[in-house]
Write a protein that binds this ligand. Structure first.
Ligand code: SF4
Length: 475
């Protein structure tokens, strides 16, 4: 079940080639990507000859203590932090997946979701493959192991041509690191470089879902792995090839709306630029007479800054977030109305009293949380509450690695904007237009986006909708 009224993050991946402390860089990289998944994390390292893995449930800092890292020293490493999208959240499904095959040891970490995993798996099982997990990533591992191609890079390319959907992958053999994006480029993956240390022959090459991971480990952003590209980094240097014919690019626009950190460059564009522009565009499209612009923290903050700048209405933090909320809290037996939201947010009465407020958030998924927040702001004395959302109504689930509720639970799939306004109790409600969203995120000759959760029009064939359900439905 979803515990909050938001789309959930997916996964984060990181890879390090040729560094004397690769395990520590992978750990730090994962720490910077923790917002992409908090259920489990894992690292596989290699000293050039042998690979070692450690995976556990929980957050990166809790799992990777100094003792654990000491036991897995290596010069190559890949890492993964996970919010489960396919397969349940048990440790069994934590990544990276490390297997021994006829092509040597292979470790794989995957961000995304395959849309034909069920079909490929059924075919492989009928041919005798035995699966250890129920994650779709294992399908890729089996395809690599079964490939008739002789070299590992050829086998990887062969396997990837047989899967369909969203995948940004980092892989590792004992002496090479591989980085791949699917031909549509749904999920991000960037390449960076750390200049060689004294006595080190080569620069260190790194890959990560977001460039905020590079900042922490002192790597410079070089470029994105391109859609359909397979990069192999080994003793012979960096080799790039395109394993698949080009497909129209459909990078996930929600990375810019919500998932990625504003300090990251994603799909070659600064997330901060997009997010602030979303707010500016929203102010141009859906202005209103008001006294204050108030963000829902933290998700609405950057768009609210843009909205305030464009509209000239003062920006105020009139909702304060408690950062120390765990998963469960004991509620008094005389139950408190909207207890869950009150634990996380509290209104600043002195700012809100008698004011007309523009409340900014980045999405309304089910509407339950927005309804409570609007009620909270009114009860703190606001005269009017005008809700503005920095993306269009979310009407369809995601099949590409983002954990979304089913269509039945998406309020905008079932109610009109006026009905949603009435449900959340706002004086007015407006969403950003689809054109406005794409414009704010820089759609053009250099980048084109997937926006299927706003349009219901999917860039891949959904082969069997009954089988390929979003994760929330399957749980
Ligand atoms: S459906 Fe939405 S969340 Fe999923 S990849 Fe497309 S834009 Fe991103």
């Amino acid at each position: 079940m979803h515990s909050s009224d938001k789309f959930h993050d997916e996964c984060g991946v990181v890879a390090i080639f040729a560094h004397p402390e690769a395990e520590k860089l992978a750990y730090l990289g994962l720490h910077a990507l923790q917002h992409r998944g908090q259920e489990s994390a894992g690292i596989v390292t290699s000293d050039g000859l042998t690979s070692r893995a450690h995976k556990a449930m929980g957050s990166v800092a809790d799992i990777f203590t100094e003792d654990v890292l000491l036991k897995m020293r290596g010069t190559l490493a890949i890492g993964h932090t996970r919010y489960s999208t396919a397969g349940d959240s048990a440790l069994l499904n934590a990544q990276p997946i490390l297997v021994q095959s006829n092509k040597g040891s292979i470790a794989v970490a995957h961000n995304g979701n395959l849309v034909n995993a069920v079909q490929v798996r059924a075919r492989l099982e009928s041919q005798g493959s035995i699966f250890q997990t129920n994650s779709d990533t294992e399908v890729i591992v089996h395809l690599i192991a079964l490939s008739k191609e002789q070299t590992l890079p050829e086998a990887v390319a062969d396997a990837l041509r047989r899967v369909e959907g969203a995948f940004s992958l980092v892989m590792m053999s004992n002496d090479r690191v591989f980085a791949v994006r699917d031909p549509r480029g749904f999920r991000p993956l960037a390449m960076g470089r750390i200049a060689a240390l004294e006595g080190q022959k080569h620069d260190t090459i790194v890959f990560a879902s977001e460039t905020c991971a590079f900042d922490l480990i002192g790597a410079d952003y070089v470029r994105d792995v391109k859609p359909g590209e397979l990069i192999v980094v080994g003793p012979e240097g960096i080799n790039s090839r395109f394993y698949s014919t080009a497909a129209p690019q459909s990078s996930c626009i929600f990375e810019h709306v919500y998932f990625s950190r504003p300090d990251s460059i994603v799909f070659g564009r600064a997330v901060q630029t997009s997010r602030e522009e979303l707010g500016r565009q929203l102010a141009r499209e859906a202005g209103v007479d008001a006294d204050l612009v108030v963000p829902v923290p933290d998700s609405g903050v950057t768009a609210a800054v843009g909205y305030a700048a464009e509209s000239g209405i003062p920006f105020r933090f009139a909702l304060i977030r408690n950062h120390y909320v765990g998963r469960t809290f004991i509620e008094p037996s005389q139950s408190v109305r909207d207890f869950g939201v009150k634990l996380k947010l509290n209104p600043v009465r002195s700012l809100l009293q008698g004011k007309r407020v523009v409340l900014i958030d980045d999405s309304i998924v089910r509407g339950t949380t927005s309804r409570k927040i609007v009620r909270m702001i009114r009860s703190a004395g606001a005269k009017e509450v005008h809700m503005r959302v920095s993306c269009p109504p979310t009407i369809s689930p995601c099949y590409y690695g983002v954990d979304t509720p089913s269509k039945k639970q998406l309020i905008a799939a079932n109610k009109s904007v006026d009905e949603i306004r009435d449900y959340i109790g706002a004086d007015s409600l407006a969403y950003l237009s689809l054109d406005g969203l794409k414009k704010a995120c820089g759609e053009g000759p250099k980048i084109s986006y997937c926006s299927a959760c706003y349009t219901g029009s999917y860039p891949t064939d959904i082969i069997d909708v009954d089988e390929i359900q979003p994760a929330a439905v399957r749980r």
